[in-house]
Design a protein around this ligand. Sequence first.
Ligand code: ZN
Length: 287
Amino acid sequence: MLVSAKEMLNKAREGKYAVGQFNINNLEWTKAILLTVQENNSPVILGVSEGAGKYMGGYHVVVGMVNGLLKDLNITVPVALHIDHGSYEGALKVIEAGFSSVMFDGSHYSIDENIEKTKEIIRIAIEKGVSVEAEVGSIGGEEDGVIGAGEIADPNECKQITDLGVTMLAAGIGNIHGRYPANWKGLDFEALAKIKAATSDVPLVLHGGTGIPTDMIKEAISLGVAKINVNTELQLAFADATRKYIESGKDLEGKGFDPRKIIAPGFEAIKASVKEKIHLFGSVNKA
Ligand SMILES: [Zn+2]
C-alpha cells in the first residue's frame, strides 16, 4: 500500500539520512527501483513528472501499475508515489488518481501567489493523508523542457511557505537539474544553514541529485536535507547499458531481439544505480 512521505521523511531528518526520490518512466524503471529498495530494506519515493505521467498513459495507469507491483512483488518497505514539479492542476489531478504525495512547484509565481496556491493544495491534500512538497527559489537546469535559472532561496520566503504546513520543502541552494556544468560553483551550504534555521524542523529536499559530489551530499544531509531527487543519473545508466548491448551486436545473436533481453542490461543498470544511491544517502535498513 502506498504511504505518504511524511513519516519516512521525519524519521530520515531525525536519523540524519535521506530518502531517495527516483523518477520513473515505465514498468521496468518502477520494478527495478522497487526490487532494489526491498532487497536493501529502504524506504523510497517514486517521482513522476507530468511529462512522464502523460507518457505512461496517464495518472491512473501509473497508480494501477505501482499498486499492482507493490502487491505482486510483495513490496513491504514504505513507498510514496509523488508528482515531481506538479502544476496546480497537476497536483489536484494526481490526488484524485490516488498518488500519496504531491509536489506543487509554485516557484515561478510571485511569493504571494505561491503562498496562496500552496495553501490551497495543502488544504485538499492533507485531509486525504497526502504529503505536500513546496518549492521556493527555482532549481536551475532543465525539467520537462522548462529551463530554470537556478536561484538561492530566500530564508524568509522559505519560512512563510513552511508555516503553511508543508510536509517538506525544496529550496534552491545552487543545485540544478540534469548534468552539472564544469564551472558549477557547488552547493551553497551557508544558504542551506540559513534556510534550515528559518524553517525549524521541516525536512528539506535537494533536487538535481545527479553528479553532486558525495561529500557535498553528506554535508547537505547533515544540514537537514532528508529527501534527494535522482532522475538523470538513472537515465544515463539505462542509456549506457542499452547502447552497449546494441553496439556489441547482442540483439543479432539468437533471440537477442526479444525486448525483454534488450531491456535487461538497462534494468540491471538502474538497480545498480539505485543501490549505490541509497547506500550513499544512508536509507538502507531504515524501512
Ligand atoms: Zn526537481
